[in-house]
Design a protein around this ligand. Structure first.
Ligand SMILES: Nc1nc2c(ncn2[C@@H]2O[C@H](COP(=O)(O)OP(=O)(O)OP(=O)(O)O)[C@@H](O)[C@H]2O)c(=O)[nH]1
Ligand SMILES: [Mg+2]
Length: 227
């Protein structure tokens, strides 16, 4: 499996969360933590826990994901997973199976209500994700319940999408471009827990507003662009 699969974990100041986030990981899968500018020793903690670390000089969530996508070579299938302990390694087989089996090109883990730990997702975040997921699903031609960060895709197909956003629009742009490119997109339910460490985005008003604005901007630009 080490040859076929690589898990990319973007991490910004997640030194405190990484031990929880990496607990329960499978032994036979390569994991790459992508750091860009952490001030709390995230890279050292990740190395100490025995996973690979890539340092991306450009700031931004999308820049980190893009660097991870490249660093994941030669794996055929790349998984993106937050480095905050909110996602469950037990869901890794469900997220990766359709891609490994050649049945889908991109699989999104939907953080469905039934599998959400109380308090893990604020109601306004749930509404925003649900709405953006539904809109992206409409544009991509696949019903989506979420725009989750836990996802698996064929590495070559994701690279060919040539995603432009380097911030929080990256995951949304991935879905939109995948739909437009005719990739087979699927969704599976996954668990969502309270994160470890400190919130960078949804627990803080200004980063949340910036991320939401960025996503809406990417969505509008995509919807109004000529194919
Ligand atoms: N390398 C890198 N990682 C980032 C950046 N922004 C966020 N991340 C990581 O991306 C993942 C998602 O960010 P989170 O802070 O969990 O965002 P969220 O899940 O929307 O909200 P909270 O969990 O409430 O903070 C985490 O692993 C972060 O450490 C960034 O600019 N660079
Ligand atoms: Mg999180």
């Amino acid at each position: 499996m080490r040859q076929r699969l690589c898990v990319v974990m973007p991490a910004l100041d997640e030194a405190e969360a990484l031990p929880t986030a990496l607990a329960g990981r499978p032994e036979d899968v390569r994991i790459v933590v992508v750091d860009n500018g952490s001030a709390d020793g995230t890279a050292e903690v990740a190395r100490g826990l025995g996973v690979d670390v890539v340092t991306e000089p450009r700031q931004g969530f999308g820049a980190a994901c893009r660097a991870g996508l490249e660093a994941a070579a030669p794996a055929e299938v790349v998984v993106f997973m937050d480095a905050d302990g909110s996602l469950d390694w037990a869901d890794l087989p469900a997220v990766t199976r359709p891609v490994l089996a050649g049945e889908a090109d991109l699989v999104l883990g939907a953080r469905v209500v039934a599998r959400r730990e109380p308090g893990a997702m604020d109601w306004h975040v749930a509404v925003a994700n649900r709405t953006l997921g539904a809109l992206c699903g409409l544009l991509a031609g696949v019903p989506l319940r979420d725009l989750g960060p836990f996802r698996a895709g064929r590495r070559d197909a994701l690279l060919a999408l040539d995603l432009r956003d380097r911030t929080y629009g990256w995951p949304l742009e991935m879905v939109l471009r995948a739909g437009r490119a005719g990739l087979r997109v699927a969704e599976v339910p996954v668990a969502y827990r309270l994160r470890a460490g400190t919130s960078k985005v949804t627990g803080r008003p200004w980063p949340t507003a910036k991320a939401a604005a960025r996503m809406v901007w990417v969505l509008v630009r995509h919807a109004t662009a000529r194919p």
